[in-house]
Design a protein around this ligand. Sequence first.
Ligand code: SF4
Length: 266
Amino acid sequence: MDARRRNQYLEAIGVDLWVPRHGAHDGATATDTATATVAPVPRSSGAVAPAVAAHGVLAAEPAIALAAAAPPESLTPEQVAQWDELRAEVAACTRCVLHSSRTQGVLGVGNRQADWLVIGEAPGAEEDRRGEPFVGRAGQLLDAMLKAIGLSRETNVYIANVLKSRPPGNRDPKPDEVAACLPYLMRQIALMQPRLILAVGRIAAQNLLRTDVPLGRLRGQVHHFGELNTPLIVTYHPAYLLRSPGDKRKAWEDLKFARGVFRQLM
Ligand code: SF4
């Protein structure tokens, strides 16, 4: 991706571009230069396991690169059957009370062999109606954010939620609902074996990491999730960013941090 195109994506996201008067140095773009000035976020305690330096890793990385170049989905018949079975189970699930108010279960969307897995909170009204996670304005913003680092639900990322059914009124998920639904996500992860998980939003991050540490303190570090110890990075939910556009730059910092971590995993 060239700098001009990426800047177009950033403008679409709503991230203001800072352009130095005499141009950026050492090949860094204006956006990268601005990000490198951000102080590392303090690490939280306990359940999190930092593996690499925080935002400082970004200062040394090349300015322009795709996050991942995943091949097209190529599932074996057995894998197709496992995914079909999972989708059917979610569609018929009555494990928690949410089944009674949902229109349909929403399993996920994207490349089921992608290296990147994005996990949100739960379907909203539009997702419940359409059967796909992250649609509507928040979904469009998420797509633009992912596109800025070379990711797309059509090719090289998979998107899912912690809960597969919509909580009424978009209320926060209850602990028993998360406990009932999490095994589906675990099966998705076992089937996919992603290299990196991006948890978007406080609810997803806190439920996945089993912590009540505020989102701001979970950002900027590498956590790990599940039996596969998959690296997990936290950022803001696009719906929050629509309400608080001043934090879009922080989300962009998170995405660049995730991209840098991903490169180290390759
Ligand atoms: S939220 Fe999960 S556990 Fe609850 S009914 Fe939906 S699919 Fe089943």
